[in-house]
Design a binder for this molecule. Structure first.
Ligand SMILES: C[S@@+](CC[C@H](N)C(=O)[O-])C[C@H]1O[C@@H](n2cnc3c(N)ncnc32)[C@H](O)[C@@H]1O
Length: 365
C-alpha cells in the first residue's frame, strides 16, 4: 500500500482513461478482435478449401512433408504465392514448417474426413454467399453456384450421413434388390459405395450437370466398375420419359427432389412421382431430404445447425431450389399414392439434429 502512495507515476491522462476502459469494459482492440473473428474464419474456410482443391493436402498426406520447390513443381504452382499460402496456414496451425519443409499438423490432418463440407459450401456455394446482397433486390433472380462442386461435395458428405441412412432404409425392403437407379447421382459415390457393399447389385446413375457426370464417369472407371454401373447425362424428368431398357427394383433420390420441386413446381413433381410408379409399379423409392426448420429456435442452436444447417438453409433461399418441411413431403407423397414404408434419420454419432430425413416409399396397393 505504501508503495502505491509514495511512487511517482508517469501515466498520461490517456493511459488512465484506457486503463479505466479496460476495467469497466473491453478495450477497443479487444472488441475489434472479437468483431472481426468472422473475417478470420471466412478466409480460413476458403483457404482450407483451396488446400484440398489444389491437391496440396493430398500430397502432404502422401509424402508426409514437402519443400515449396517440390510442391510447386508437382502441382505447377508459383513458389512465392505458395510460400505465402503455406505460411498463412502455418499461423493458423494447419501446417508445420521445419527446415524449409511443410507438413500437416494433427489439426490439419484431422480435416481429412470433412473435405466434402468445404467442397460443397465453399467450392459450390462460396460465390452464392457473396451474391446475397445483390440478389435480395426485387426481381434480381437466382444467385449462381458451382453445380459440379455442389454435386461432388454433397456426395462426399453423403458418404458419412445419407449413404448409411440409405442402407438402413434398404434393409427395410422386404425383398432382395438387385437393380438400383440413382437419379441426380452427383459424382457417383452412392453408386460406387453400393456396388462395393452389395456385390450382386448393378446400378444406373442419372446426372444432368456435365462436370458431375464427368466426375462420376471418371470415378467408376477408377474403381473398375464399368461393367456394373451405367451413367447417363440427363435430368431425372427427361430420363424417365426416355426410352431406356432397365427395370430397377429401387430408386434413390438423395437431396434431389427439392431441386426438381423448384424446377418443375409442385404439380410437376407430383406428376414426376406418379410417372415413376406408373412405369415401375413395384418400385421402392428412397428419398433423402433436409427438413426445413430454420424457424425452430432450439434445434437451430445445436452446434451442427449453426455450423452447417444455418448456412445450408440460407443458400437455398437464393438458388433455384426449394427446401420443404417433413409435413409438406409427407402430404405430397400421399397425393402421389405413395405409402410410407419407413422413415429414418441419420446416425446420432454423425448428426444428432434429426434434420436429415430418409423415406422409403412404395405405391399404395
Ligand atoms: C445436392 S446434390 C445431391 C447429390 C447426391 N444425390 C447426394 O445424395 O449427395 C443434387 C444433385 O441433383 C442434381 N440435379 C439437379 N436437378 C436435377 C434434375 N432435374 N434431375 C436429376 N438431377 C438433378 C444436381 O446436378 C446434383 O448433382
Amino acid at each position: 500500500m505504501s508503495r502505491m502512495k509514495s511512487e511517482p507515476t508517469d501515466l498520461s491522462v490517456q493511459d488512465l482513461l484506457d486503463a479505466a476502459t479496460n476495467i469497466c469494459g473491453k478495450s477497443v482492440e479487444l472488441r475489434l478482435i472479437d468483431a472481426i473473428q468472422p473475417i478470420r474464419f471466412y478466409v480460413l474456410a476458403t483457404s482450407i478449401y483451396h488446400l484440398f482443391d489444389t491437391g496440396i493436402f493430398d500430397i502432404l498426406c502422401q509424402n508426409g512433408e514437402s519443400s515449396i520447390k517440390n510442391l510447386g513443381k508437382e502441382k505447377g504452382l508459383e513458389q512465392d504465392k505458395l510460400s505465402g499460402f503455406l505460411k498463412y496456414l502455418k499461423n493458423e496451425g494447419i501446417v508445420d514448417e521445419r527446415e524449409g519443409c511443410f507438413s500437416l499438423t494433427a489439426k490439419g490432418k484431422s480435416l481429412s474426413n470433412f473435405r466434402g463440407w468445404y467442397t460443397m459450401l465453399i467450392g459450390g456455394y462460396g460465390q452464392t454467399f457473396l451474391q446475397v446482397g445483390e440478389k435480395l433486390k426485387k426481381g434480381a433472380g437466382w444467385a449462381t453456384r458451382d453445380a459440379t462442386k455442389v454435386g461432388i461435395g454433397s456426395c462426399e458428405i453423403s458418404h458419412y450421413d445419407a449413404i448409411p441412412l440409405t442402407r438402413d432404409l434398404i434393409a427395410e425392403i422386404p425383398k432382395s434388390c438387385r437393380r438400383l437407379l440413382d437419379l441426380g447421382c452427383g459424382n457417383g459415390l452412392y453408386l460406387v459405395d453400393f456396388c462395393k457393399a452389395f456385390p450382386e447389385i448393378e446400378a444406373w446413375g442419372v446426372e444432368p450437370d456435365e462436370g458431375s457426370y464427368r466426375a462420376a464417369t471418371e470415378l467408376v472407371r477408377q474403381v473398375g466398375l464399368q461393367n456394373r454401373i451405367k451413367l447417363t447425362r440427363n435430368s431425372a424428368v427427361e430420363f424417365l420419359h426416355s426410352d431406356f431398357n432397365y427395370q430397377p427394383d429401387f430408386i434413390v433420390m438423395g437431396f434431389v427432389l427439392h431441386e426438381i420441386l423448384n424446377q418443375e413446381g409442385e404439380a410437376g413433381i407430383v406428376n414426376f412421382l406418379l410417372q415413376i410408379t406408373k412405369r415401375f409399379p413395384d418400385i421402392y423409392i428412397i428419398v433423402i431430404e433436409v427438413d426445413l426448420k430454420i424457424d425452430a429456435p432450439t434445434i437451430m442452436q445445436h452446434g451442427l445447425s449453426l455450423a452447417y444447417y444455418n448456412p445450408y438453409y440460407l443458400l437455398h433461399y437464393f438458388t433455384n431450389q426449394r427446401l420443404e418441411t417433413q409435413l409438406f413431403w409427407e402430404q405430397l407423397f400421399a397425393k402421389c399414392q405413395l405409402d410410407l414404408i419407413a422413415k429414418k434419420t441419420t446416425d446420432i454419432q454423425v448428426d444428432s439434429t434429426g434434420l436429415e430425413i430418409g423415406y422409403l416409399l412404395k405405391r399404395k396397393e
